[in-house]
Design a protein around this ligand. Structure first.
Ligand code: NAD
Length: 512
């Protein structure tokens, strides 16, 4: 399958595409043209006239109008919409995954996994649609009932990053829909086609359910100014934003200025500790998948390896050998494990980080080069880099969105945990150990300060059942499983007095 045109046609993405989709309506963008190119070989995939920021407002109005109608549909019926979206994704899994590969450059396996994650998320949300439970608390007053209810919140703005171009939409949308909230989606301008394909697939089932209001789902393809307009919109009580810390700061400030709610899923700087008792076979497989997989372009990518000094030389020698043999190339080829970077700017950032690392005393053990042989011309392919460097170097404090793994040595676990926690981001972390006391310390309150802390499995590749997200500059948001649904609802506390007197709380007397 070396020609993307067929999959574009099958997903109704041929020709010039309208940048704004509201339900069944397609509206041409009034912004600058966007040439969509594949990172595999730089070939043009499509052309879209971007939406201008002012085109956001009418879309938000449509979502606002849809809200009361969607709110009044029983949650299990909204779950039925999500069930059908999940089934449509099952039917179109191969095509959508192929488009993810063409547009985002992920290997076929990773793209299939990403679409599977969407399906899993739909299944999860369908169950959730019958479990939007509120609590009942004992009232301190006789013949009173004290309860909580969860109500739909309103239209949600969803801003997403290029590297999970479809799954993050599903994390948000599957839950928002069962919770009764319309969604206005601003995908990454680097991956607009997958977004338009998701919208078309979802609309193909929404049209089978005439009770679902038409403005329930929308997409606006545009750049940061479109995202900023969403963030500023008073009509969107929640903005869910996934991307860099820089973007999160801008969005959080705009949302806070109008006292809205934001759900932030920002950059990571994830570490793994490898302890002396670790099973090195498992650790090596896990390190390479997490550090080099997706060409280092996951928020959960392993960026820092903290190895006990007693095993460091042996581990590094073996890792360097595995790195040297990594199959780098077209993500469409079955054996490829490392596909392209998203664009040449990503290589510039990688190369710059490696120069800074060298200037800070780092030693590049292997990798960090542009690869031009046996890869499609026109794509940006690199060899994943392994760099030994002091944990106090400034460069390791930053997330460089490329496959660079910094290696540090440690003496005792307290030092390793201090290194692990000593960065501004707090997304994902892991320890490889067969010592139960070390594992428990790492996952305790005094251990990893991240939103994700794993034992004997890597930093990337989370399941949707758990709440996903991180602390500190990662933004504090939680999406997908567990009780993440609560972010998409508003809580009402109800006190019902069914007595014939009026006792006041705290025993206050106020006789009139
Ligand atoms: P990015 O921040 O450049 O862009 C993300 C999205 O935000 C895009 O849609 C972009 O148009 C929009 N945007 C950018 N600036 C904006 C602004 N000022 N106002 C409103 N919208 C704005 O990120 P990227 O390069 O697409 O993705 C990589 C980053 O995303 C990495 O930092 C990665 O760690 C992070 N990420 C985090 C998670 C997570 O769940 N924590 C998941 C995926 C990616």
């Amino acid at each position: 399958m070396k020609d993307p045109r067929k999959v574009l046609e099958r997903l109704e993405l041929g020709g010039n595409l309208a940048a704004v989709r509201v339900g069944s309506d397609a509206i041409s963008g009034r912004g600058a043209p966007l040439a969509v190119r594949s990172p595999i070989d730089g070939s043009p995939l499509s052309r879209i006239d971007r939406a201008a920021p002012e085109q956001v407002d009418p879309v938000v109005t449509r979502a606002k109008e849809a809200f009361p109608k969607l709110r009044d549909i029983p949650a299990p019926r909204r779950g039925e919409l999500v069930r059908r979206i999940g089934n449509r994704l099952r039917e179109r899994k191969d095509d959508l995954a192929l488009l993810v590969t063409w547009e985002a450059g992920k290997t076929t396996q990773e793209s299939l996994g990403e679409v599977q994650e969407m399906i899993d998320m739909c299944d999860f949300a369908v169950g959730q649609s019958r479990e939007l439970y509120g609590a009942t608390m004992p009232s301190e007053r006789a013949l009173h009932r004290l309860t909580e209810q969860w109500h739909p919140l309103g239209p949600v703005g969803v801003i997403t990053a290029f590297n999970f171009p479809v799954a993050v939409w599903a994390w948000n949308t599957a839950l928002a829909l069962v919770c009764g909230d319309p969604v206005v989606w601003k995908p990454s301008e680097k991956t607009p086609l997958t977004a338009l394909a998701c919208h078309a697939l979802a609309m193909s089932v929404a049209r089978e359910m005439p009770d679902i209001p038409d403005g329930t789902l929308s997409v606006v393809v545009g750049d940061a100014s479109v995202g900023q307009r969403l963030a500023e919109s008073e009509s969107l009580p929640l903005i869910s934003a996934t991307g860099s810390v820089r973007m999160g700061r801008a969005v959080a400030q705009a949302v806070a200025a109008r006292l809205g709610r934001s759900l932030l899923e920002l950059g990571g700087n994830n570490a793994m500790i490898v302890a002396p008792s670790a099973d090195l076979e498992l650790a090596i497989r896990s390190i390479v998948f997490a550090a080099a997989g997706t060409a280092g372009q996951r928020c959960t990518t392993l960026r820092r390896l903290i190895v006990h000094h007693s095993i460091a030389d042996a581990l590094l020698e073996r890792l360097a050998a595995v790195y040297a043999g990594l199959p780098i190339g077209s993500p469409l080829e079955p054996g490829t494990l490392v596909g392209p970077l998203i664009d040449s700017a990503a290589w510039v950032a990688m190369d710059r980080a490696l120069s800074v690392a060298r200037s800070e005393g780092g030693r590049v053990i292997t990798g960090g080069e542009r690869v031009t042989e046996d890869v499609p011309p026109g794509g940006v392919y690199v060899s994943p880099a392994l760099v030994e460097i002091s944990s106090s170097a400034a460069v390791v404090q930053e997330e460089t969105f490329a496959p660079i793994l910094y290696v540090h040595r440690y003496g005792d676990l307290a030092e390793a945990i201090a290194i692990q926690n000593g960065v501004p981001q707090g997304l994902s972390s892991a320890i490889f150990t067969n010592d139960v006391r070390e594992a428990e310390r790492f996952t305790s309150a005094a251990g990893s300060d991240c939103g994700i802390a794993n034992v004997n499995t890597g930093t990337s590749g989370a399941e949707i059942g758990g709440a996903f997200g991180g602390e500190k500059q990662t933004g504090g948001g939680r999406e997908s499983g567990s009780d993440a649904w609560k972010a998409y609802m508003r809580r009402a506390t109800n006190t019902v007095n069914y007595s014939s007197s009026l006792p006041l709380a705290q025993g206050i007397r106020f006789d009139v």
